[in-house]
Write a protein that binds this ligand. Structure first.
Ligand code: GAR
Length: 190
């Protein structure tokens, strides 16, 4: 049976689109019940609509975090989504919200955690001069970009490489790793 997932985004939505396409194509044994976003300007929101996905704007700006999370709680229970997939969602979920769904919220982050959590991770790794960075998929706990690591993919930084090229390679690695990890997490028999 298909797993019921909901995806949270804040911006471009490239990971969300890759996951949605892989659900549609059958690679992921899951169905996207909705895409929710905290940012009305997010390009990913419009792209999700174009794909025919159900979308919701979370009222963080108008009502604050706790009301926005209540709204999200209702969306999840109404849709009976089993898994919450964070794909570039740049808000920290409250401990109570995470506790209610511990082990059922997954995040992707563009570094080899625990290195470079938080924002601008690719640039901070690049500026730091590390030679290898990468991508992490992990379960979400109460801390930022923290929780049980499910999978990691290293990405080398080549000498003299422009940051734009590195970003592109990291985003490609993310899309492959997220789907590959979720295939097994959502359906351990596969
Ligand atoms: C991705 O690189 C994702 O790993 C990162 O935001 C980007 C969203 O891109 N997430 C974090 O930094 C979480 N701390 P996308 O909107 O194109 O998927």
């Amino acid at each position: 049976m298909k797993r019921r997932i909901a995806i949270l985004i804040s911006g471009r939505g490239s990971n969300m689109l890759a996951l949605a396409r892989n659900c549609g194509g059958g690679l992921l044994n899951a169905e996207v019940f909705f895409v929710a976003c905290d940012n009305p300007e997010a390009p990913g929101l419009a792209d999700a609509e174009k794909l025919g996905l159900k979308t919701h704007l979370l009222p963080y700006a108008a009502l604050g975090k706790y009301k926005a999370e209540e709204h999200l709680d209702r969306l999840i229970s109404d849709s009976r989504a089993e898994w919450l997939i964070l794909a570039g969602f740049m808000r920290v979920l409250s401990p109570g919200f995470v506790l209610r769904r511990r082990g059922r919220i997954v995040n992707i982050h563009p570094s080899l955690l625990p290195a470079f959590p938080g924002k601008d991770s690719i640039r901070r790794a690049f500026d730091h001069g590390v030679m290898v960075t990468g991508v992490t998929v992990h379960l979400v706990d109460e801390q930022v970009d923290h929780g049980k690591i499910l999978a990691q993919e290293p990405v080398r930084i080549f000498p003299g490489e422009p940051i734009e090229d590195l970003e592109e390679r990291i985003h490609q690695a993310e899309q492959i790793l997220y789907t590959r990890t979720l295939i097994h997490l959502l359906d351990p028999s596969r």
